[in-house]
Design a binder for this molecule. Structure first.
Ligand code: GDP
Ligand code: MG
Length: 162
């Protein structure tokens, strides 16, 4: 079985966009309304010369017991299965309160976490990138999942985590 890469993070940061790019096909729904991915999706994918099993997470919006509890449960479930966890934030929004809550869970995880700052094309995410060092998850990888920028750096970071 290939190594499992779980993509976690709050809604609308670009998780499904990266998932589809790595899967090589549009399997997950990309939408600018938060929470459009209703459930977890899995697919085989490729990053550089790495064969991966990808897990896309979402669905927090439907939660009856609140976004935080739901988010925590899904993140913990994904972490259990993952060999490496990719935590994505939106560089244009910067670090939000919800991102901080995610980071708390991930700092306690006994799995390698790669911090990815998405939407960094055209330097729009530079401020968020700097701010993300404060999450305590190591060196952030600037990415543009939509434009495919930063994939070589992502590859190196994931490889280091495996
Ligand atoms: P998810 O909720 O985390 O799965 O996010 P999606 O992949 O559905 O993307 C949410 C929105 O962000 C969509 O409108 C995407 O087109 C947009 N998006 C995703 N990646 C990027 C990126 O690298 N740059 C920019 N500017 N927008 C992006
Ligand atoms: Mg999604």
């Amino acid at each position: 079985r290939p190594p499992v890469l779980a993509v976690v993070g709050r809604p609308n940061v670009g998780k499904s966009t990266l998932f589809n790019r790595l899967a090589g096909k549009p399997l997950a729904i990309v939408d600018d309304r938060p929470g459009v991915t209703r459930d977890r999706r899995e697919a085989r994918g490729r990053l550089g010369d790495l064969d991966l099993l990808l897990i896309d997470t979402a669905g927090y919006e439907d939660a009856r017991d609140g976004i935080e509890a739901r988010m925590r449960a899904q993140t913990e479930a994904a972490l259990k299965e993952a060999d490496v966890c990719l935590f994505m934030i939106d560089g244009r929004d910067g670090v939000t309160a919800l991102d901080e809550r995610f980071a708390e869970v991930l700092r306690e995880a006994d799995k390698p976490v790669v911090l990815v700052v998405n939407k960094c094309e055209g330097k729009q995410g530079d401020e968020g990138l700097l701010e993300s060092w404060g999450l305590g998850l190591g060196e952030p990888v600037p990415l543009s999942a939509a434009h495919g920028e930063g994939m070589a750096e992502l590859y190196s970071a994931v490889l280091t985590g495996l």
